[in-house]
Ligand binder design. Structure first.
Ligand code: ZN
Length: 306
C-alpha cells in the first residue's frame, strides 16, 4: 500500500476571491461536485466574510449547504473571526479554516489587527467552538509564513512564535501558508522543522502559491520533511486581495500528477480531475487557467499509485 497524501482543493475559496468576474452559485456547485466525483475528498467551498469585502463569496452559505449533500465530501469554509465561525457552524460546515497572518503588515491589511491580537481572538474562537454540541474542526492557516509582499522577510522565529500561540489556543491543525509565494525549498524545510520542533503534530500541512514557479518544488521539500497534506487549486487559480503580486495556488492537477507518479496515493482520479476543468471554465470563462498536465496531456508513462 502506498502512503497517502491529503489534498484539500481550495479553488472555490482562494481561487475565486480575486477572480474578475463572479461565478454563479449553480456553476460553483457543479464544479465542486465534479471535483468530488474525481475523488477530491476535502474542498474549501467558500468564505464567511462580509459580502462587501469579497462579493464573490456572498453565496457561501448556499454553497456550503448544497456541498453538504455531495456524498463523502468534507466541506470546509473559511472563517476570518468568531462571527464567521458561528455562521459556518450554523450552516453545517464540517471544518473551518481560520487565517492568521504571521507578518504584521499583512495582518493589518487583511484582518485589521496584529498577529498577537489574532492569536488572542483564536483562543476566544476555540472556546466557543469547544462549547458547541457538534465539534467542528478548526484549521489555522498561518499566512505569510514564508515572506510578505508588505514586510518582506518573515523571520522563522516569528513563524514559530505565532504557530506556538495558535497551538496553545487549542486549534486542531495548522497549515503553513506561503500566501504570496515567495518561499523556496530550503526555506520550506527550515521553517517546517522549526515549527514541528515547537508544536509537533499540530503542524499539519502546506498551503503553497506558485508566484515564482516554485510551487511544486516547495511541495516536494515539504514532502521530504514528512508533510502529508497540501492545499491546491484546480487550474492554479488564486491569490490574495491584500497581497499585491500574489499569483495562483499550486495547481491541483500537477500536484496529483507528481504525487501519484512518485507512489503517493491521493485518492484522486487524474483524468476525471482534468475533466472538472471544463466546468470551472464554463463558470468562469474569462479567467485564464494554468497547469502543465492539462496543457501537455497525461503522458503514457503515468501510473497511478497503488
Ligand atoms: Zn492562498
Amino acid at each position: 500500500m502506498s502512503e497517502h497524501v491529503n489534498i484539500c482543493e481550495v479553488g472555490p475559496r482562494d481561487g475565486l476571491q480575486i477572480a474578475k468576474t463572479r461565478m454563479s452559485t449553480d456553476a460553483k456547485v457543479a464544479w465542486i461536485a465534479a471535483m468530488a466525483a474525481a475523488g477530491v475528498r476535502e474542498i474549501e467551498v467558500g468564505s464567511f466574510v462580509p459580502p462587501r469585502v469579497i462579493p464573490q463569496m456572498a453565496d457561501t452559505e448556499e454553497v456550503v449547504r448544497r456541498s453538504l449533500e455531495i456524498p463523502g465530501l468534507t466541506v470546509i469554509a473559511l472563517a476570518p473571526n468568531l462571527r464567521g465561525a458561528q455562521n459556518a457552524y450554523n450552516t453545517g460546515a464540517h471544518k473551518i479554516s481560520v487565517p492568521v497572518s504571521v507578518s504584521e503588515g499583512h495582518s493589518r491589511a487583511n484582518l485589521n489587527r496584529t498577529p498577537a491580537e489574532s492569536v488572542a481572538e483564536m483562543a476566544r474562537l476555540m472556546e466557543w467552538v469547544k462549547a458547541q454540541p457538534r465539534r467542528m474542526e478548526v484549521i489555522a492557516g498561518a499566512s505569510t509564513a514564508f515572506g510578505c509582499s508588505i514586510d518582506g522577510v518573515v523571520p522563522t522565529a516569528q513563524v514559530v512564535e505565532v504557530t506556538t500561540g495558535l497551538a496553545k489556543a487549542g486549534v486542531d491543525k495548522i497549515m503553513l501558508a506561503d500566501t504570496v509565494g515567495y518561499g523556496h525549498p530550503a526555506q520550506i524545510k527550515e521553517v517546517v522543522r522549526a515549527v514541528r520542533d515547537a508544536i509537533g503534530p499540530v503542524l499539519y500541512g502546506l498551503h503553497l502559491h506558485d508566484t515564482m514557479g516554485l510551487g511544486l518544488a516547495n511541495a516536494l521539500a515539504g514532502l521530504e520533511e514528512g508533510i502529508r497534506a497540501f492545499d491546491s487549486c484546480l487550474g492554479g487559480l488564486g491569490g490574495c486581495p491584500y497581497a499585491p503580486g500574489a499569483s495562483g495556488n499550486v495547481v491541483t492537477e500537477d500536484l496529483v500528477f507528481m504525487l501519484e507518479s512518485m507512489g503517493f496515493a491521493t485518492g484522486i482520479d487524474l483524468p476525471k480531475l482534468l475533466e472538472a476543468r471544463a466546468l470551472l471554465h464554463e463558470g468562469l470563462p474569462a479567467e485564464p487557467l494554468a497547469g502543465q498536465t492539462a496543457k501537455a496531456g497525461i503522458p503514457k508513462t503515468f501510473r497511478r499509485a497503488a
